[in-house]
Design a protein around this ligand. Structure first.
Ligand code: IMP
Ligand code: MG
Length: 431
């Protein structure tokens, strides 16, 4: 994926998250010098399988499994320090040393205990089905210019002033939400004192570091979290997360220039899933819903919630290809479809007799939309051991060819299982 003309690669989810970005980043990171997370926070759950071991990363970039790779959490991330430390401790227990190769942007905003309280108490958060990790309230404070950044930990006086503003706002909101719990300035300061030294030891100007690395010819992988349809601007608003998950967010959130981005790999499942509320035009009814959830083990890596499943939606992925400028596509979990007799791809939405082939901004249009499907014969044999496109059953190749055509993006990777080696890489030497 990396060569002289493609030294920065953005990896984004091109559906509603959980596309398997963790595995792709882990595989590609072998050839990277840096891996950077640029938005979201502990709402993400990126799963990496090494041998029999399963590691779920929430904030640490999925490149951390490779000893020589430097990992950074960019300014666009909202950081939960305690969760970061328990993630680091978990990695150390698994024999992965992060010393000297994990950096946190000093500009990143901190998720405070009161942000989690607010996310938990909010009926709006419940209606959207947020992960409850305080992500939305932290971004709200960031935009309202009362957020607490990592660098504020260096100045206790300034920190207290910011915490006072944050707590006052939080308590006002909690009262309005009829929640009895209140945040407390002193308690918050005590909690912050406990994380300060360890976090400041990781703090750095991440944008500057990457800029310097790029000048020396380093390969940088920018790891997106969630998916394009959860993007605050381009997703199914208001059923979205609070950050720009799409490739444009990578430059902002890593602190590098948009002109420094060279390629964008969109990761998609061979079908579609979503966690939480909001439109999912191709959603299965029963019994297919339960069948696919079981086949694909579709339960959230962060919250354990059952994921909603549906057929592959080419309208969604073509939209994602456009807003992200996808140069490549990775199709994951192809093996989950191995046993199905028939498989569908959605090519448009029928609304009042008209077929719409572009994803609408106004979700009201989707309320009466009927997906238009193309049906394909299943291949009904295992793809788990296939390591090249040629080795795939003919029907699987036809299915992938059609996805490539409809989404107007070439497929560069196909994943056929959870293990690192269960990957077809179309570029020589990639996997
Ligand atoms: P929040 O990001 O916790 O505010 O949640 C907003 C919406 O994004 C909810 O529908 C969540 O289920 C969804 N969401 C957040 N993070 C992820 C993720 O990593 N994968 C899939 N869905 C997510
Ligand atoms: Mg996930």
């Amino acid at each position: 994926m990396f060569d002289a003309s493609r030294r920065t690669l953005v990896v984004v989810g091109a559906q509603w998250g959980d596309e398997g970005k963790g595995k792709l980043v882990d595989v590609i990171a072998e050839r990277a010098d840096w891996v950077v997370r640029y938005q979201g926070g502990a709402n993400a759950g990126h799963t990496v399988h090494i041998g029999d071991k399963k590691v779920v990363l929430h904030q640490i970039p999925s490149g951390i499994m490779h000893p020589g790779v430097r990992c950074a959490i960019g300014n666009g991330v909202v950081l939960d320090p305690e969760k970061l430390f328990s993630e680091i401790d978990g990695l150390v227990r698994d024999g992965i040393d992060v010393t000297g190769r994990l950096y946190v942007s000093e500009r990143a905003h901190l998720v405070m205990p009161y942000h989690k309280l607010m996310d938990g108490a909010s009926t709006a958060s419940k209606a959207i089905g947020t992960t409850g990790r305080g992500i939305g309230p932290t971004y709200e404070d960031k935009v309202a210019r009362r957020g607490v950044r990592v660098l504020d930990l260096r100045n206790p006086v300034r920190l207290r002033t910011l915490v006072e503003a944050g707590v006052a706002n939080a308590n006002g909101r909690l009262a309005l939400m009829n929640c009895d719990t209140r945040a407390d300035v002193d308690e918050t300061m005590v909690a912050l004192a406990q994380i300060t030294a360890r976090l400041l030891a990781l703090a750095d100007d991440v944008g500057l570091q990457i800029h310097r690395a790029l000048k020396t010819g380093a390969a940088v992988l920018l790891e997106g979290a969630q998916g394009s349809m959860l993007d605050i601007d381009h997703g199914t608003y208001p059923y979205v997360t609070s950050s720009n998950t799409t490739a444009g967010g990578a430059a902002i959130g890593a602190g590098i220039a948009p002109t420094a981005l060279h390629a964008v790999l969109g990761v998609v499942k061979a079908y579609t899933t979503r966690v939480g509320a909001g439109p999912l035009p191709t959603e299965f009814g029963e019994p297919m819903q339960t069948e696919m959830r079981t086949l694909g083990n579709e339960f959230g890596a962060t919250t354990g919630r059952p994921r909603r499943c549906g057929w592959f939606d080419a309208v969604v992925v073509r939209f994602a290809a456009r807003v992200n400028g996808l140069t490549d596509l990775a199709v994951t979990k192809l093996d989950v479809l191995d046993t199905l007799q028939r498989i569908a791809i959605c090519t448009g939405y029928m609304v009042d007799g008209d077929v719409h082939t572009e994803f609408p901004a106004d979700l009201a249009l989707l309320e009466h939309a009927e997906p238009v499907y193309e049906w394909y014969e299943g291949w009904q044999q295992s793809t788990a051991d296939c390591r090249s496109l040629e080795a795939l059953p003919r029907n699987a190749r036809l299915y992938l060819d059609r996805i490539e055509e409809l989404c107007e993006t070439r497929i560069t990777f196909v994943s056929v299982g959870t293990r690192r080696d269960q990957m077809i890489g179309m570029e020589a030497g990639v996997v």
